[in-house]
Design a binder for this molecule. Structure first.
Ligand code: PLP
Length: 350
């Protein structure tokens, strides 16, 4: 007999999928790691499992305790899955204004949900500080702390990176990733660079996030805003600090909408918003590197979780975004024609 012992064992070992339309269009192999296959539906299940496993091993997390975490949603869902599978309670602290889809999933997975008003990080009521404070005030709470707890990046160093290496048989030329805590890009880039130092690591950032500016100047500054959720950073956190990044770009929400429609119509994959940004980044990397390369990125979650924003025509109209502004072919041509200066060459900045 061959079976998994519990739901947590379903985490990881996701498929790597070729996106035929974008691969044919660019002449590159555009491959996505199908992280929506995890039982909690997102890449954050991996971080959740590793953080919990390490805390059990170190003795910080004991039976009967409650896991508490501040999150834009997916880490809360991942931790709720792991908590139920391994016998813990879960309390998720989430800012209001994330998609209701994620709020519902957290409750559905049996986590208690505390919604707080969205506010800047410096405000003590920010969801991050609220989760920390709750854990400080209750000794039967354990705070996962996905931003500073490097078990998060370790999950990707131990599993995601090796899976990509094996699935591509080492023929990977570039990895493209968004960052929320930087766990994914941190752990995966470290592993892949150890195997192949010249693999190019691309960071793709939405409007409203400071990573692009940070890579360029060393300072966090952001312009505009984005409807993407769970991604973007405005401070240096321990997981992102591990990332070995070669190139940085920033792309607007309009571009991820265009890619999401092309991939839905041509390939049958309904992407979440961060995944669509990843694929826009992969298209950009293909445009700039020329044909013949193998470019890997992540489908961090699936489209259901972005139903009320990315897939909601009224919402997009309110934001002034069109889903027919340009074709994917026109977008690729625009990327090809773009000045090289829009790319931050991190290694060169040294
Ligand atoms: C949908 C989605 N995509 C991407 C990310 C970013 O992943 P990471 O935290 O590993 O940088 C997150 C969460 O942080 C997320 O929820």
């Amino acid at each position: 007999m061959s079976y998994k012992q519990n739901v947590a064992e379903l985490i990881g070992n996701t498929d790597l999928l070729r996106i035929p339309s974008l691969s044919v269009l660019t002449g590159c192999e555009i491959l996505v790691k199908c992280e929506f296959q995890n039982p909690g539906g997102s890449i954050k299940d991996r971080a959740a499992l590793q953080m919990v496993k390490d805390a059990i091993e170190s003795g910080e997390l004991k039976q009967g305790m409650t896991i508490v975490e501040g999150t834009a949603g997916n880490t809360g869902i991942g931790l709720a899955v792991v908590a139920k599978a391994l016998g813990y309670k879960m309390l998720t602290v989430m800012p209001k204004g994330q998609t209701p889809e994620k709020e519902k999933m957290i409750a559905l997975h049996g986590s208690e949900l505390m919604l707080v008003d969205p506010c800047p990080f410096a405000n003590p009521n920010h969801f991050y500080h609220t989760a920390r404070r709750l854990a400080e005030e209750n000794n039967h709470y354990w705070w996962a702390n996905q931003f500073e707890n490097t078990s998060n990046a370790k999950a990707h160093y131990k599993h995601t990176g090796p899976e990509i290496w094996q699935q591509t048989e080492g023929k990977i030329d570039a990895l493209v990733s968004v960052s929320g805590t930087g766990g994914t890009i941190g752990g995966t880039s470290c592993y892949l660079k150890e195997q192949k130092p010249d693999v190019q690591i691309w960071s793709v950032d939405p409007d409203g996030s400071g990573i692009y500016h940070y890579l360029k100047t060393g300072e966090y500054k952001a312009q505009g805003s984005s409807f993407t959720e769970g991604i973007g950073i405005m401070r240096t956190v321990a997981n992102f600090a591990q990332a070995k990044i070669d190139k940085g770009i920033t792309l607007p929400d309009q571009d991820l909408v265009t890619v999401s429609r092309a991939v839905r119509n041509n390939d049958g994959l309904v992407l979440g918003s961060s995944s669509a940004l990843n694929l826009a980044g992969a298209l950009f990397a293909a445009a700039k590197s020329g044909p013949g390369k193998t470019i890997v990125t992540f489908a961090c979650d699936a489209g259901e979780r972005s139903y009320s924003k990315l897939w909601n025509p009224e919402f997009l109209t309110e934001k002034g975004i069109r889903d027919d502004l340009e074709t994917i072919e026109q977008m690729l041509e625009r990327y090809r024609a773009m000045d090289e200066d829009v790319i931050v060459n991190v290694t060169r900045r040294g």
